[in-house]
Design a protein around this ligand. Structure first.
Ligand SMILES: Nc1ncnc2c1ncn2[C@@H]1O[C@H](COP(=O)(O)OP(=O)(O)OP(=O)(O)O)[C@@H](O)[C@H]1O
Length: 296
């Protein structure tokens, strides 16, 4: 199955919020939607989910307009939307039934997920008696219990302790392995790097960079070298402003262009006592700051 958003435009009044959003993603992969606050991620997700219509553009499944009765979507919103005073089991059943499950299947699925997420002991408790992180796990069950083909997770790791974050990572990996389309929206780049094969960076309602994350990194300008050496002070003095020291004690050597790589490596290894030398590959965080750092 392939999900495609094609040339989506959206305005609220005079304010243009999305200006031609297009991307596609396939079953069994995770897609990361990145962007600073207000870039348009939630608006994109809401249009994808048919919460409100776009002004123009299409949401397609396998090239045809999406049929919301036929395609299941599970959504973990950033803001929580559960009933604080209601019993957990009862409201999870209610939400699963809203997604079209009968009571018996809903009960089975809810119990499966309560167990899977280590929440079975809270089955008959009121939601507002749970900690923030545990409420987050209950909200996650509303996104997954009806076994949707498309799983949309907006900041899923916020508020989770490291043990619960690991549990959620396993769950996300299982959903990807089951052949779901997983769409991630997060500011936590480490999670995006861990799960997402493809990303799109939004800036002021436009996609400013998208593609395969490994290729994006590979194609990023390879004009810096990361160097570890005993002769640090000497290299810094000799190379001047081309060389800076990183916080971990390694050196960053900026070359005039990527073509200078071989010559610079040769010069460094021949002149100094070098422990290691490699082309610097940026983190997703570096790339994000470059593409989303300034909003138009
Ligand atoms: N219902 C609305 N009416 C008017 N403007 C809106 C509405 N919903 C969103 N916007 C505006 O659209 C822009 C994009 O908002 P959106 O919530 O999609 O951003 P986001 O990328 O999800 O941000 P965040 O990371 O903060 O959640 C913002 O400028 C916001 O103020």
């Amino acid at each position: 199955m392939e999900l495609e958003l094609r040339n989506i435009h959206k305005s609220f009044g005079d304010k243009k919020v999305l200006e031609g959003i297009s991307f596609h993603t396939t079953a069994g992969t995770a897609f990361g939607l990145l962007g600073r606050n207000g870039a348009g991620k939630t608006t994109t997700i809401r249009i994808l989910m048919d919460v409100f219509p776009s002004n123009s553009g299409e949401v397609l499944i396998d090239g045809k307009p999406i049929d919301y009765h036929a395609v299941g979507i599970g959504y973990l919103p950033e803001e929580r939307g559960l009933y604080p005073k209601k019993k957990i089991f009862d409201q999870l059943i209610y939400f699963a039934q809203l997604k079209g499950m009968n009571h018996s299947n809903a009960a089975k699925a809810v119990d499966y997920w309560l167990n899977r997420l280590g929440m079975a002991e809270y089955r008959n408790k009121r939601l507002d008696t749970l900690s923030k992180g545990n409420q987050q796990k209950i909200q996650l069950i509303t996104a997954l219990a009806h076994n949707p083909q498309i799983v949309i997770l907006d900041e899923p790791f916020s508020g989770l302790d490291p043990v619960n974050a690991m549990l959620l990572k396993d769950v996300v990996k299982e959903e990807i392995a089951k052949g779901k389309i997983v769409l991630f929206s997060s500011h936590q780049m480490n999670y995006i790097e861990e799960f997402c094969d493809k990303i799109a960076i939004l800036n002021s309602g436009r996609i400013v960079l998208q593609g395969d994350l490994h290729e994006i990194k590979r194609n990023y300008s390879r004009d810096r070298l990361l160097v570890c050496s005993e002769n640090k002070a000497q290299i810094l003095a000799d190379l001047g402003s081309c060389c800076t020291e990183n916080s971990d004690g390694s050196l960053m050597v900026q070359m005039a262009s990527a073509d200078a790589k071989q010559d610079m490596m040769k010069k460094l290894t021949e002149t100094y006592d070098i422990d290691s030398i490699q082309v610097f590959e940026p983190s997703l965080n570096d790339i994000f700051v470059e593409y989303a750092g300034t909003q138009e």
